[in-house]
Write a protein of this length. Structure first.
Length: 86
């Protein structure tokens, strides 16, 4: 969560109670985010299909902000891979 190139994403997640020391909590929340919210867009390319999932991310402080998570299912695969979130 300390990457200088993350554009402030880490700071945003810590504002909602996620902690660097407990990164697995954020990882779990992001997995659940993809299961509990609608797919906003799905875009196909030669590399696979990119999915954008929007809104309520269950957070430790219970404010549950609207977030976006990006997932990719590569061509020939069927398991989504996490790309980023903000």
């Amino acid at each position: 969560m300390d990457n200088a190139q993350n554009g402030g994403k880490a700071r945003r997640f810590t504002q909602y109670g996620f902690e660097r020391a407990d990164w697995t909590h954020l990882a779990s929340a992001l997995r659940n985010h993809s299961l509990n919210n609608q797919i906003a867009t799905a875009t196909r390319s030669p590399h696979g299909t990119k999915y954008v999932v929007k809104c309520s991310l269950r957070s430790p402080d219970h404010r549950n902000p609207c977030a976006m998570s990006i997932w990719m299912v590569e061509t020939g695969q069927n398991i989504p891979r996490f790309v980023t979130a903000y």
